[in-house]
Design a protein around this ligand. Sequence first.
Ligand code: SF4
Length: 397
Amino acid sequence: MEVSENFKILLNNPQLLPELKAIAQKVLDKQRITFDEGVLLYEKAELGYLGILANYLREQKHGNKTYFNRNFHIEPTNLCVYDCKFCSYSRLLKQKSEGWEYTMEEMLDIVKKYDGHPVTEVHIVGGVLPQYDVAFYSELFTRIKEHRPDLHVKALTPVEYHYIFKKAKIDYATGMQLMKDAGLESIPGGGAEIFHPEVRELIAKDKCTGDQWLAIHEEWHKIDMRSNATMLYGHIEKYWHRVDHMERLRELQDRTGGFQTFIPLKFRNQDNQMSNVPESTVLEDLRNYAIARIYLDNFDHIKAYWAMISRTTAQLSLNFGVDDIDGTLDDTTKIYSMAGAEEQHPAMSTKQLVDLIKNAGRYPIERDTLYNVVTDYNDFQFEETEKPKYYKLPVIN
Ligand code: SF4
């Protein structure tokens, strides 16, 4: 790919630190950057520099393509046996009056609401409760697939899997095979938070460890299945914790190749036990996307959740390494709004998502969960919405 004028100017800039120039050269030469170079990017690199590198990599992989999908969420419960300090979503058992617990039939009713709608994915994730066990989820996945075989079931994170497998006294390999046989098709990226125990112990003490999270994804990849990965950033972690987190993901990806997408999740401080911790700035959010794009050279996609970071920041992120902005959502998730996101009822029509991407100068592509192209919207014309009808008023002479 042709190197942009900006990249050439950057390489010839006498003011640029030699270490940063060396990293830029590595990016051009398709060489992997090291752990220390990752930390250096966080500590020293300016937004403009990061944008040029990340955009170069993004366009090498995807050109102008920007992906989204048509999906809806089911959040089985917002009650949870765990007590993560950053969580604005969970209502502990003692606050049960503020919680919900869907039954199997209620969840299937949500699926049935989308009969006849062109959604391609159901995303199921929520709190952890004892009644949602291996048998429950196996039956749920099977019944969803029986009802609608074309709907991709992306469900639960290692937080739930570790809990339900332990309760059932089965190992991860057996458990993930059971889930696959029941109809599970991929795993979303949640529950990763920050892997390093120094941080994880303080913010998410009792749930699965970073190593357990990675081990469950590894078992899933071994049976030829795909998953995503997240990182909750911008709270009490140091920059090197973020690089450590991405290093562990990069290392597992080298071995399995099973990850599709990396999704940085911005810490939001509303209504949780870390409300005293300030949130990261938009500038820091963009730097973080860009560094993730540079560091995770073996991940195909970097995703920004528009519902979490706002539509404008999502548009900006498309110049900082991001190539996917998630889905239509249809106001089916409370996870972002309860944490203080600007979008209190996140839902966008396909046309709105397409326009958002086009207005940022990119090509909108609707994908399915596994990134097969559903519709290329680059030259697509939406049918004109019916114009309001005006009636001639009688003229009275
Ligand atoms: S982040 Fe997840 S596991 Fe932790 S308390 Fe909230 S719902 Fe439970």
